[in-house]
Design a protein around this ligand. Structure first.
Ligand SMILES: NC(=O)c1ccc[n+]([C@@H]2O[C@H](COP(=O)([O-])OP(=O)(O)OC[C@H]3O[C@@H](n4cnc5c(N)ncnc54)[C@H](O)[C@@H]3O)[C@@H](O)[C@H]2O)c1
Length: 366
C-alpha cells in the first residue's frame, strides 16, 4: 500500500512456480470437498469459485488455504453448509439479512445482488448481514458491485483475536474493509485490506510455508513483544497498521459490521444470540453502494476516474521504486498471469487439500 514499496513488492512477475495448478482443477477439488461437507452443488461451486478467485488475484491468504478453516468450522458446527440467507427487514434502501451461520460467500453474494438492485433503483443502498460467517476476501464482493457500475464499501467483523491499540485483551478481529470504484475504460479500483498490518491468514500461511522470517510490524509474540520469527509470532497479537490510525478504522468496522447489523461484537462474541444460540462463530458484514451517475451525468464519473488513474500510474516513482500503482492494479495483473500459468500451491497446501479430499472420498489434485 505504501509508496515505499520496492521493486520486488510491486512486481507481478513471480519467480517461475514449480507447482502450479490450473484454476479449474482447484475449483473442482475445493467444490467437491465442500459438497461432501454438506453444501449444495451450487453453493459448493460458488464458495470454491470465490476461493480460487482470491488465489488468482494473488491473495493466497484467502484462497484455497482457507479450506482447512472451513472444514474445521463445518465439522465443529460453526458453519451450517446448507443454510441460506433470509431477508429479515426490507426498508427499500436498507435491507437486513440473517446469514443463518451459512457460508459467508452465499450470504455475501445475495447481499451484493440486492445491493446492486437497490443502489440502481434509489441511488444509494445499504445491505447489512447478521449472524453469518467468513466472507473470504472482501474484494470479491466490492469488485462485483463496481463492475455493475456502483461505488461500493464493505466492512466485516469476526472472532476476537486482536487487542485494541495499547491493550492486551483480544476484543477485535483483523476487521477488514474494502472499497471498489468503477472506472470507464480501465478496470475498477479495488482496495481490500485487513486493518491489522497483515491478515491473520497471511501469518498462518507464512508459518505453513516455513518462511524463515516475517517483516517488522506484522505481529508480536504471546507476551506482546514484537518479533520477526514466524514460530513465535502470535495470531492473537497482530499489530494494527499505522498504530492508532488502523485501530480507529478497525473500530469503525466493528461498529458497522458488528454493532449495527445486530451481530456479535467485542466481548459479546460468545453470548447467546436470539436466533442462533451461544456456541457460534458469527460475523456480521455490511455493504454500502452509491450510484455515481446520480452525481455526474452519463459516463462522466468513470472517465474522471480513468484520468486520475492515468495521473497516478504515470507519475514519477520515488528513488528505488519501480512504478506507482493504484489499488487493485497488482491483483488485476496477477490474475491475468495466473489464469494463463496456473496457481502456485505449496507442497504443504497441496497435501492438505488432498488429505481433506481423501477423508471425504472425493477426487483430489493428484
Ligand atoms: N473476511 C475476513 O474476515 C478477513 C479478515 C482479514 C483480512 N481479510 C482479507 O485479507 C486480504 C488481504 O489483506 P491484507 O491486509 O493482507 O492486504 P494487503 O496489505 O496485501 O493490501 C492489499 C491492498 O493494497 C493494495 N496495494 C498493494 N500494494 C499497493 C501499491 N504499491 N500501491 C497501491 N495499492 C497497493 C492492493 O491493490 C489491495 O487493495 C483481503 O482480501 C481482506 O479482505 C479478510
Amino acid at each position: 500500500m505504501s509508496n515505499s514499496r520496492r521493486k520486488d513488492e510491486i512486481d507481478v512477475v513471480e519467480p517461475k512456480p514449480r507447482n502450479t495448478v490450473p484454476a479449474e482443477n482447484l475449483r473442482r477439488v475445493l467444490g467437491g470437498v465442500l459438497e461432501a461437507l454438506g453444501a449444495s452443488p451450487r453453493d459448493a461451486a460458488t464458495v470454491a469459485e470465490l476461493l480460487v478467485e482470491a488465489d488468482l488475484r494473488g491473495v493466497d491468504s484467502h484462497g484455497a488455504h482457507l479450506l482447512g478453516l472451513y472444514v474445521a468450522r463445518v465439522r465443529a458446527g460453526h458453519i451450517d453448509p446448507a443454510a441460506q440467507p433470509k431477508l429479515v427487514d426490507d426498508g427499500g434502501t436498507t435491507l437486513l439479512l440473517d446469514g443463518g451461520l451459512g457460508f459467508g460467500q452465499i450470504a455475501g453474494l445475495e447481499a451484493v445482488r440486492l445491493l446492486v438492485e437497490r443502489g440502481r433503483e434509489h441511488g444509494v443502498a445499504a445491505v447489512a448481514v447478521r449472524e453469518s460467517t467468513h466472507l473470504g476476501a472482501l474484494a470479491a464482493y466490492t469488485e462485483r458491485v463496481a463492475r455493475a457500475g456502483l461505488i461500493c464499501l464493505c466492512f466485516q467483523n469476526g472472532p476476537t483475536i486482536v487487542p485494541p491499540f495499547g491493550g492486551v485483551t483480544q476484543l477485535f478481529s483483523t476487521n477488514p474493509l474494502s472499497y471498489a470504484v468503477p472506472a470507464a475504460a480501465k478496470p475498477p479500483i479495488v482496495y481490500d485490506i485487513a486493518t491489522t498490518t497483515v491478515a491473520g491468514n497471511k501469518l498462518l500461511l507464512a508459518k505453513k510455508r516455513g518462511d524463515p522470517s516475517i517483516p517488522d510490524g506484522w505481529a508480536n509474540d504471546e507476551r506482546g513483544r514484537p518479533t520477526n520469527a514466524p514460530a513465535e509470532a502470535s495470531v492473537h497479537h497482530l499489530q494494527w497498521f499505522g498504530g492508532h490510525k488502523g485501530f480507529g478504522l478497525a473500530f469503525l468496522v466493528e461498529l458497522m459490521a458488528g454493532v449495527l447489523t445486530g451481530s456479535g461484537f467485542g466481548r459479546t462474541e460468545h453470548t447467546a444470540s436470539p436466533a442462533h444460540g451461544r456456541d457460534r462463530v458469527a460475523k456480521g458484514f455490511v455493504f454500502l453502494a452509491i450510484d455515481p451517475s446520480r452525481f455526474l451525468p452519463g459516463g462522466d464519473f468513470g472517465a474522471r476516474v480513468d484520468m486520475l488513474v492515468d495521473d497516478v500510474v504515470g507519475s514519477q516513482p520515488a528513488d528505488g521504486v519501480d512504478r506507482v500503482l493504484v489499488p487493485g492494479q497488482l491483483e488485476h495483473e496477477r490474475r491475468a498471469v495466473r489464469e494463463a500459468e496456473g496457481i502456485p500451491l505449496s507442497a504443504a497446501l497441496r497435501e492438505e487439500i488432498n488429505r481433506y479430499a481423501a477423508e471425504l472420498a472425493v477426487p483430489g489434485l493428484g
